[in-house]
Design a protein around this ligand. Structure first.
Ligand code: NA7
Length: 553
């Protein structure tokens, strides 16, 4: 192994590394740090101008962290890092999360091994050399024994294909590709397509400044109060003082959150008890609404209805015009689309500069250069905001489209199903590892912590491979099948697959439609540790083909 303090070994115009990492977001940054600590030579490529991944791109107004909230949406590998970084709010703004990630990059001197503004155009496994060959937009070519795909579960923007949309002559922004320059809404008529997390965070902010906002809603959503508030110095001090305990709680919690889990059923409580608990949690806000309520909301239709009815009642109370309130009424199982935290979303519909268009009864027909035309009429607009989400979880892997053994591309391998083992590896793609890929908990887990845990497993696997004097590892077809059954077995015991969502691929036309995430929470980490303890059960190893190749790596 060569150290990354050394210049890369080159032959011809190809740079040689132990590992190439694609993506310098939350996962790729930790991957770089971890592999470098292991003494490997590593190169990271990222199309952005700096670190941060999703936090670098998603700068739309109102963008905030949710999930565990601050200070717990963070890396846990360094006590020093925890001790030196203060968070101002529980639901930190995008700029605060990005500032933290920039600090991490400075603190661990990450940028020296990252090549920014570089798009990986192709990644191909060279079977003879047993190495990944990577070609980039800058002309740099690299070879590596290992390819780490930290390409982001929410990175590939979903651009709606609506007649005339490209003819629209006004400003047009996707929330996931928001400009770095300030965007002014003042005096403008703005249309927003999409009412997922991004739309629901952005709409109240835009409405405060714009002349008029037209919200084009395809699916009404449940949204819960963010309960954003300052993180006090005492809270930061307490989190630090108890950091070992907090971390242990996060490791034990199904979502990697710093909360104890509750085992109470909604159906064991009286209606009055449920109402009182939901009301208390509503007033406090945050994702703790789910963690601190009942454990069968995502499993039992009846339990689900209790929470859904509570939120529907809230929407009716908040939105003054009953007709608008009815249009905003969600009709799917609560939590089975990605839960959303809001900062005054439903209240926004009481403003007289906001119009709600229910696309289910009044669909978009086309765009003109200066308007959006729905079935019932034309809405003149100056700006279009696409809060239309992402080709999530598998989309960025498919966009990368690596080529594995026998010249088979990932698009071919994943035509009908996202074949994988442990959500980390793919048969026919030796030494390729995914972070937050399909088959892993991914977006269902505190993502920085999940990235650490998956990457630690990947690092141990790479180390073991080298200890054994072997060159490549990949899963068997049987182990992929068994894993797929385990993943769908867990999902099918819940209500999640019964709702169209980006979790099921329903938002992308033509995408395989099934629930691909591992929903077993922290059980996942027991499972992958178990596989490692059984000397990587379910994998096959390959020795180096030729002595000089082994030596080269
Ligand atoms: P989401 O949650 O996928 O939301 C996208 C929204 O856009 C959702 O309301 C979609 O309706 C809507 N959409 C998508 N395509 C269309 C078209 N063609 N016409 C009308 N409406 C459309 O993405 P977000 O960015 O909000 O959130 C993703 C994650 O990013 C989030 O969980 C955070 O982790 C950050 P649909 O519901 O599909 O009917």
């Amino acid at each position: 192994m060569s150290s990354s303090d050394q210049p890369p070994r080159t032959s011809g115009s190809i740079e040689h590394y132990d590992a190439v990492i694609i993506g310098a977001g939350v996962s790729g940054m930790y991957a770089l740090h971890h592999l470098r600590e292991m003494g490997l030579s590593v190169r990271v490529y990222d199309a952005a101008k700096d670190v941060g991944g999703t936090w670098w791109y998603n700068r739309y107004p109102g963008a905030r962290v949710d999930g565990p909230g601050s200070p717990f949406y963070c890396y846990t590998f360094s006590d020093e890092l925890m001790n030196e970084w203060d968070w101002a709010e529980t639901q930190s703004e995008q700029s605060a999360v990005l500032a933290y990630l920039e600090h991490v990059a400075d603190r661990f001197d990450l940028r020296r091994d990252i090549q920014f503004e570089t798009w990986v155009q192709s990644a191909r496994y060279d079977e003879a050399a047993q190495r990944w060959m990577v070609e980039t937009s800058t002309g740099v070519r690299a070879s590596a024994q290992f390819l780490i795909c930290a390409v982001g579960a929410l990175s590939t923007a979903n651009m709606p294909d609506i007649p005339g949309i490209h003819d629209f002559a006004g400003e047009c922004y996707h929330t996931g590709r928001w400009p770095h320059e300030p965007v002014s809404f003042a005096g403008k008529r703005v249309a927003v397509i999409g009412t997922g997390s991004s739309g629901i965070q952005a709409i109240p902010e835009i409405a405060r400044e714009a002349a008029h906002v037209t919200v084009l809603q395809r699916t009404p959503q449940f949204a819960f109060p963010a309960g954003n508030r300052p993180v006090t110095p005492e809270e930061m001090a307490e989190a630090r003082a108890n950091w070992d305990l907090v971390r242990a709680t996060m490791l034990a919690n199904p979502g990697g959150f710093p909360w104890k889990t509750h085992t109470r059923s909604a159906l064991d409580a009286t209606p009055e008890e449920r109402e009182a608990l939901y009301e208390k949690l509503w007033q406090r806000g945050s994702f703790r609404f789910f963690g601190d309520s009942y454990n069968d909301i995502a499993i039992s239709e009846e339990a689900n209805r209790t929470m859904a009815d509570f939120v529907r009642g809230k929407i009716r109370k908040i939105v003054k015009d009953p007709k608008i309130a009815e249009k905003l009424m969600p009709d799917h199982f609560v939590m089975t689309k990605r839960p959303i935290l809001d900062n005054g979303y439903f209240e926004t519909f009481n403003r007289d500069n906001v119009t709600l268009v229910d696309l289910r009864e009044d669909p978009i027909e086309r765009f003109t250069p200066e308007s959006v035309v729905t079935r019932t009429g034309e809405h003149p607009i100056d700006m279009l905001v696409l809060a239309t989400g992402f080709d999530a979880i598998s989309g960025s892997m498919l966009r990368l489209n690596p080529t594995g053994r026998g010249g088979v591309s990932l698009k071919e391998r994943w035509r009908d199903r996202f074949h994988n083992y442990l959500g980390l590896t793919i048969g026919g793609f030796p030494n390729l590892f995914m972070v937050h890929g399909p088959g892993s908990p991914g977006v269902f887990y505190n993502m920085p912590l999940g990235a650490e845990r998956q990457m630690n497993w990947i690092g141990s696997c790479m180390r073991r491979l080298r200890e054994k004097g072997l060159c490549a590892i990949e899963p068997t077809a049987d182990s992929e099948e068994t894993w797929a059954s385990e993943v769908s077995g867990i999902a099918n015991a819940t209500l999640f697959p019964r709702t169209d969502s980006w979790w099921t691929g329903a938002n992308i036309p033509g995408k395989p439609r099934y629930f691909s995430a591992y929903l077993g929470g922290s059980l996942y980490y027991h499972r992958i540790s178990e596989v490692a303890a059984k000397d990587y059960e379910g994998f096959v190893f390959e020795p180096a083909r030729r002595a000089e190749d082994a030596e080269a790596s």
